[in-house]
Design a protein around this ligand. Structure first.
Ligand code: PMP
Length: 303
């Protein structure tokens, strides 16, 4: 395949039918989003946030981009901003992975850390505060910007339907951080398969879990507020997956399948297998693997 820039490599990732013994003779298909050039599902979002902002006139070639991020969106935004030579400041709670923060800087972004206690809410407040003091700045704000779910509705959902080549979808299982991936992809899939069973995956301690808020090691998912993108969306179930289950599957995926996945993928896999237990036999379950384990090696993901 001959390409002329890395941006042509965003999207059109493989859909892997997991070679696993799935309960009830069902099938789990995982979209391997680590094959995007920036290494995660968020390259799609970075491009959408920047290029939709440009086409709307909110971003010009002198605009400074400021975005709160857990990491992967920052890498996606930095990648897209590099294409347009835009100055970028990313606001990241300090505990998020060293590898992700290093990659953001490699792509030319400035990284500002906020205290862990404030979570993504604290990072968002800091990004808005910076924007108020920097003239000609733009905060895409992935948590509230409907360009976020639209990016997935436009690309990821239709790709999955086309990858399956006519095989129907009985269930869609995916993690939610901003909820953009889940909402946008679910919308596209439900358009074609309105009865598909939809499951949002959360780590223990998220507010969707209706349990006391708590810390988790699973990185990238766990909503702090109900995403605005969820309103009016058919969500049949919220599956709560513990860190032990998520990391257990991260390790098994490597040893048994040769698959290097991050913890939110481990969580999506654990949830998909639980969903298979309750659905009728032979169900086709689609899930998303957002990134690879390589960007969490400093966090001893395999120990
Ligand atoms: N997994 C990982 C590794 C992520 O970085 C993210 C984005 N924070 C997600 C899952 C969740 O995606 P979304 O924000 O679209 O809900």
């Amino acid at each position: 395949m001959l390409v002329h820039n890395v941006y042509q490599l965003i999207g059109h990732t493989p859909l892997l039918e997991l070679p696993l013994d799935v309960p009830n003779g069902s099938h789990v298909f995982a979209k391997l989003e680590m094959y995007n050039p920036g290494g995660s599902i968020k390259d799609r979002l970075g491009m959408a946030l920047i290029e939709d902002g440009i086409s709307r006139g909110a971003i010009t070639n002198t605009t400074t981009i400021i975005e709160p991020t857990a990491g992967n969106t920052g890498i996606g935004v930095a990648l897209a901003a590099a294409k347009h030579r835009l100055k970028t400041i990313l606001v990241v709670p300090e505990h998020f992975s060293f590898e992700k923060q290093t990659l953001m800087k490699a792509l030319g972004a400035e990284v500002i850390n906020t205290p862990d206690e404030g979570g993504m809410t604290g990072a968002t407040a800091k990004a808005l505060e910076l924007a108020a003091s920097i003239a000609d700045s733009y905060v895409p704000n992935q948590f509230a910007n409907f360009d976020n779910p639209r990016a997935y509705e436009r690309t990821l959902g239709p790709e999955i339907i086309s990858d399956l080549n006519g095989q129907p979808i009985d269930a869609f299982v995916a993690g939610a951080g901003t909820g953009g991936t889940f909402a946008g992809t679910a919308k596209a899939l439900l358009n074609v398969y309105p009865n598909a069973y939809t499951v949002a995956v959360q780590p223990k301690g998220s507010i969707l879990d209706h349990q006391p808020k708590g810390d988790h090691r699973t990185e990238g998912i766990g909503v702090e507020q109900v995403p605005p993108f969820f309103s009016g969306l058919k969500i049949d179930e919220v599956q709560t997956i513990t860190d032990d289950d998520a990391f257990g599957w991260v390790k098994r995926a490597a040893r048994e399948l040769g698959l290097l996945i991050g913890s939110s993928s481990g969580s999506a896999l654990a949830a998909s297998l639980k969903v298979a237990e309750k659905l009728p036999a032979g169900a086709n379950i689609v899930t998303i693997f957002p990134d690879s384990s390589e960007r969490y090696l400093s966090e001893n993901i395999y120990e």
